[in-house]
Write a protein of this length. Structure first.
Length: 116
């Protein structure tokens, strides 16, 4: 089992930036994919960005060119740098990992609000 703790959510104006961080603990040697999902009010949870243990990243079309995911394997952390934020980016952001057995773990979520 992997435990995840997110940080960095906040209220930011449109066009601003935020940096989300997630630290993993527990069975970290089993981690394969790390990433971020988000869920806006009244909507389903959706993928934002994921990164494999080899460093290959995938992004949702809605965030390409604005968000950057990075991973520190030695520290077992994953970071999401979010630039040029839009009101439609408002959501609870969840850290996510998938281990070698394809078991998924989720963080508790961190709120991002983009509003003037």
């Amino acid at each position: 089992q992997v435990q995840l703790v997110e940080s960095g959510g906040d209220l930011v104006q449109p066009g601003g930036s935020l940096r989300l961080s997630c630290a993993a603990s527990g069975s970290i040697f089993r981690i394969n994919v790390m990433g971020w999902y988000r869920q806006a009010p009244g909507k389903e949870r959706e993928l934002v960005a994921v990164i494999t243990s080899a460093g290959s990243a995938n992004y949702a079309d809605a965030v390409k060119g604005r968000f950057t995911i990075s991973r520190n394997t030695a520290k077992n952390t994953v970071t999401l740098q979010m630039n040029s934020l839009k009101p439609e980016d408002t959501a609870v952001y969840y850290c996510y990992v998938r281990d070698m057995s394809y078991d998924d773990s989720w963080g508790q979520g961190t709120q991002v609000i983009v509003s003037s």
